[in-house]
Structure formats: C-alpha cells, structure tokens
Design a protein. Sequence first.
Length: 386
Amino acid sequence: MVPVEMLHTLVPQNPTTEQVFKYLSGQLQENEPTPLYLQLANGFAKLIELGKLPPGYRLLSERKIVDNLSICRRTVRAALGHLIERKLLVSKQGRGNFVLLPPTKKLLRILIPERFQSDHWQSRPFHYDWIHRGEEEVNCEVHYVYTPTLEKLQQLLQASTSDGDGVLIFRPPQAWVDYLEAIPPSAKATLPFLVVNRLFVNPKIHFTSAQHFQIAQTATGDLLAAGHRRVALIAGDPVNSYIQNALEGYQNALAGAGISYETGRVLFLKEKERKEPVEKELAEFVKKMDATAVLVDGSSLTLAFEKCIEQLRIDVPRALSVMMVTEEVALSRAKVNWSAYVDPTQAITTQGLRHLCEIIRGNGAQVREIFSAVSRVGSTLSAPPA
C-alpha cells in the first residue's frame, strides 16, 4: 500500500481519472485482513482529506469504478456508503456522488500507561523518543498516565472518554500481556487500545510488532550458514512470551539444520532471580559455553555483552562469531561493529499510533501488523575456527 506521505509525489493536484485509479488500485490488497470495501473507502478518503479530490468533485459512476478496478459492484457500493456516512461524499439523486469539504479533524488525545520503575531515573528511556516522533508524524497528542499495576491498567481501559480518546500500550510486561490475551470477545473497553511490540493470538487485540520468532530463526540461520554447528543463545527472561517466541525460532533453525537443541548452550537472564551483575553472569556463561557462535537477543544486552567480551579478551570473530538482535539506539552506542538484525521500533511505534487514530475515528479494521527486522552486516560474523 502507498504510504500517506508519498501521496503528494504520486498523485498531483486535480489528478486525471487514470491517475486516481492507478493510486486506488495500489491500495487494494486481496490478502489483507481489512475488508476490500474499507480499503477502497480509505483510499478515496486520503485523496479527499489531502485535497487531491477537491470539494464539488464528481466521482465516476459505480459501473466505471467497477470496470476500472475489477472489483464487484457490491464492494464499490459499500465503500461509497461508508464515505457518505463519514460526510466525505454526498449523493445527489440522478446526478452522482460529490466530494464534500472534509470535516476538521480533532487532535486526538492518546493515553500511554507508564509504570515508572524504581530505577527509572538512572537510565534514559528511549521509548519516549520513538513515541514523540510518532506523535509529531501522526499529529496526535500523547499523555502519560502513571500505571504501576495491572489493576491500574484495567481502570485506564475503562476510563471516561473525557480523559482521552484511546490508549497505546507500549511493550507491556507479561502480566499485562496475559490479561489482554484473556479478554473475551464479548468484552468492551470504554477506550479503544492498541499494543506496540507484542504479539497476540486473541483476535480482539490490535497490535503492531516485530516477529520475534522469525527474527531469531533467521539470525540463527545466518550463523549456521557460515558453517557453525555449535551456536549458543543469550536472551532475556523466558517468563516473557516474546522471549519464548525467540527461543522457538532458535530451536527451529537448529532443527532445520539437523542439530540437537542443548540447554547448556542457552542463557536466560531472569530478572527476579539475578544475584550478580549482568556482566558477571554473562562472563561465567561465555567462559564455559561450548560454542563457536552466539546469538544475543535483546537490545538491553548489547552493551553488557560487549563489555563482557572486552573483559574476557575474546577475539571476535576469530574465536567467536556474534549476531545481535537489537535496536539502532543500542548499536549507535556500541564500540564494536556488530552484525545484527535491527528491530524497527520507530516504524512499529509510529504505525501503531497511526492505526490507533484510525480506529478511534472509525476508519480502521482489525490491526495485526508485523514488521521484519533490518539486517545489518557488521564485522563480528565469520566461519568457525579450524
């Protein structure tokens, strides 16, 4: 689908019929979960709201739209009806459908639950940067709400619409994920909500996320393709479902190469059970692991692992090949040019805000958008030592 920001380049002011249909045909995706009539209606809506189809513009007849886009008349009729309901079109008996001046959009107030951990002041929470860049691009208004417990989250989702228009839940802890996953289809929250960077099976939950299983599987596959047969995994707390997804991706890659999974080559850094600094726990594992390559999955581990490698004076990649699954903000602070798969958190966050605003305005269908990580070729991957 063509992003809104590219419309100005692809579709001129007062476009020809051919240009309009070329754009609209690019908006229609048969395999998308969004109904086809809604995809068509949203395509027309973008053209109207950006002034490409000015007030008073007369749309072609239903028959001509059907013929040009090769879709059924019922789909076209439903799309036009949807636009009339949104007051973007008016139907005049015997004359056709005409564009109206689009209603002024209210600046939506998005509530974001924030737990504010006890060590919050000690580190710079980069998710604020991602959220506020998205806020500027989508043109909404973000407000943080102190939400230290699951009970407070439940209260927030049932808050009055006078408090906000919707809720964006950014990287919730596992207890919140479990609660949201168990919401029955019949339940209704007062405020619409969307979750960023967590996957859900529950069809009721809107989310945008990276595919942690696929990323770990592909990253492990790269190490195997380089000739390594003993590949270790270092990841976060397995109580989190996304860490379990990453483990399954790692196991799947090993199984595909005919290699048995060995628990001795896996380190989970469990938050509640940790008695030693992360760097010390990492160093103890790295010294005893029987591996020529390691996948380090988690942006919070990038710099700690780098420090561990420095302390142990391990020659990377000659003695150990390393692949990271991390974020650009962590890589930008690293000294080593790590090979990595970079989680596109900014795009995931911005698109989450955009989808949530569309849902609030009644223009969006079910959102379950999954992003692929970006491969970054560094200097820490090579064939195993002879």
